[in-house]
Design a binder for this molecule. Structure first.
Ligand code: FEO
Length: 396
C-alpha cells in the first residue's frame, strides 16, 4: 500500500494508533503517531527513512508489495533514531549492498545501533544525489533534534523531507494537514516542539534562517511523524520561528504536589490572588502527581511565568515535583519568570529547594516565595492571596 504525495513521490510508512508512550516512557503520545517513510520513483529509486523496529517486517513486506526491493537504488537515512531506522536491518538484509546516504554522525549512530558495516555514504549540506531529472539536496540539521539529523530536498517537486522537525505525534488515516482537525493538529505540534525541540531552540532558529537563505521553493514539507504539510506548508515554519524565540503567552502555570491538601489550598489561593490583580492572565493549575508530565511541560512552554509548590518532606520536596524540576532543567526554557511555595510543619526547606532548582533551570526567580506553617489558616490564606496579587505584577 502506498499513497501518492506528488508525482512519483509516495508515502510508504506506518500509522501507529496504539502508541501511548515514546522515547521509552518519557513522552506521552495520547493520539498515537506515525513513522513516515517515502518512496521516490524517478529514473533512480530512493527510499527515505523506514519505520520503528516492531513494525520492521510489516514495513518491508509492504514496501516489497509496492516495489521490487531489488530496484531500490538508494536508501536515505535522515536520522538514525530507531523510530526511523528500526526497519533498516530487515530492509538491508534484502538489499545488502544498496548505498545508505546519511550524515557522518548518522553513520556513527547507525553503526552504534546495529553494528553493521552497510554501504554508507556520508553527505554534507549542499551535496546532491541525482535521481535522473530530479535531484536530492542534503541539508545537515544537527540538534534538530539529534547530532546526526538531516533534511533532504527534492528538486522539481519542491518537497522538503524534514524528518523530526515540524512533526507531530498524531495518528490519522488522513496524511495531509488540510484534512485533519486543526485544533488537534496544532495541539500536537506545539506539544512536540515544547517537549522535544525546546532545548535546541537556538539551533532551530539558525537552521530555519539558513534553509530560507537557500531560497528553495517549498511546496510540501514531508515530516517523519504525523501529517504532511501541503496546505500552506510554511505555516509550521513560521510557528517554529515563533516557538524558538522566547515564546510565551499571557499565561501563568501553577504546578504543585500536596500531601494533606495544604499546598493545594495555597496553589488555589495564589491563583485567586493573581486573578484579582490581573483579569486578563490565563492561570492554570496542575497537580503534577496527577497530571501528564508532557502536557504540563507544554503548558509551561506557553507560560510567561510559573509557580511551583511542594510541602517539605525529609528536608526536601515531593518526588513528583522533583521529577518535573529535573525534566525542565534540561529544557532550557528562555525568558520565563518563576516563584515557589509550599507548606511545612517542621524544618521547611521546600521553597528554598524549589527556588534553587528553578534558578539552575534558567528561570528568573522573582522573590523568596511563600510558605505556610502547617495547614493554611485564615491568616495564611490571606497571605497567599496577597502573594498572588504581588506576583501578578512581578510576572509582567
Ligand atoms: Fe522521530 Fe528523533 O526520532
Amino acid at each position: 500500500m502506498k499513497l501518492q504525495i506528488k508525482n512519483n513521490v509516495s508515502w510508504v510508512g506506518k500509522v501507529d494508533w496504539e502508541l501511548r508512550k515514546f522515547h521509552g516512557n518519557e513522552l506521552s503520545t495520547h493520539r498515537g503517531s506515525t513513522y513516515n517513510s517515502y518512496l521516490i520513483e524517478e529514473e533512480k529509486i530512493a527510499v527515505i527513512d523506514t519505520a520503528w523496529a516492531p513494525f520492521a517486517k510489516e514495513y518491508v513486506a509492504n514496501l516489497g508489495n509496492v516495489i521490487d526491493l531489488k530496484k531500490i537504488d538508494y536508501v536515505i537515512a535522515n536520522h538514525a533514531e530507531i523510530d526511523h531506522s528500526g526497519a533498516l536491518p530487515e530492509l538491508m538484509s534484502c538489499i545488502p549492498g544498496t548505498p545508505i546516504y546519511c550524515s557522518a554522525n548518522g553513520i556513527k549512530s547507525l553503526k552504534g545501533h546495529y553494528h553493521q558495516d552497510w554501504n554508507f555514504h556520508a553527505v554534507k549540506t549542499g551535496e546532491r544525489l541525482s535521481l535522473g531529472k530530479k535531484e536530492l539536496i542534503f541539508i545537515e540539521a544537527p540538534m534538530l533534534h539529534w547530532p546526526d539529523s538531516m533534511f533532504c530536498y527534492l528538486t522539481g517537486d519542491n518537497i522538503l523531507f524534514s524528518n523530526d522537525a515540524f512533526g507531530q505525534h498524531y495518528a490519522s488515516e488522513f496524511r495531509f494537514n488540510d484534512l485533519v482537525d486543526q485544533e488537534e493538529l496544532m495541539a500536537e505540534a506545539i506539544k512536540y516542539y515544547a517537549n522535544i525541540l525546546t532545548p535546541f531552540s537556538t539551533f532551530v532558529d539558525k537552521k530555519i534562517k539558513e534553509v530560507l537563505s537557500f531560497k528553495l521553493p517549498v511546496d510540501i514539507i514531508c515530516t517523519s511523524h504525523g501529517v504532511i504539510w501541503r496546505d500552506n506548508p510554511l505555516q509550521i515554519v513560521e510557528q517554529y520561528v515563533k516557538w524558538a524565540n522566547k515564546y510565551k503567552e499571557n499565561q501563568i502555570t501553577i504546578v504543585y504536589d500536596t500531601m494533606w491538601n495544604g499546598t493545594r489550598i495555597m496553589a488555589e489561593k495564589i491563583a485567586y490572588g493573581i486573578t484579582q490583580a490581573d483579569q486578563k492572565v490565563n492561570v492554570k493549575l496542575y497537580n503534577i502527581a496527577k497530571s501528564d508530565k508532557n502536557d504540563v511541560i507544554t503548558e509551561i512552554f506557553k507560560s510567561k511565568a510559573i509557580l511551583v509548590g511542594s510541602p517539605t518532606i525529609n528536608r526536601g520536596i515531593l518526588t513528583a515535583v522533583a521529577g518535573l524540576l529535573e525534566e525542565i532543567k534540561g529544557m532550557r526554557f528562555q525568558d520565563k519568570k518563576a516563584a515557589a511555595f509550599g507548606c511545612y510543619g517542621w524544618s521547611g526547606e521546600s521553597v528554598k529547594v524549589i527556588s534553587q532548582s528553578l534558578e539552575s533551570a534558567g528561570f528568573q526567580v522573582v522573590d523568596g516565595g511563600v510558605m505556610s506553617f502547617w495547614n493554611p489558616d485564615s491568616k495564611s490564606i490571606e497571605n497567599c492571596i496577597e502573594y498572588g496579587k504581588k506576583v501578578a505584577g512581578l510576572f509582567n
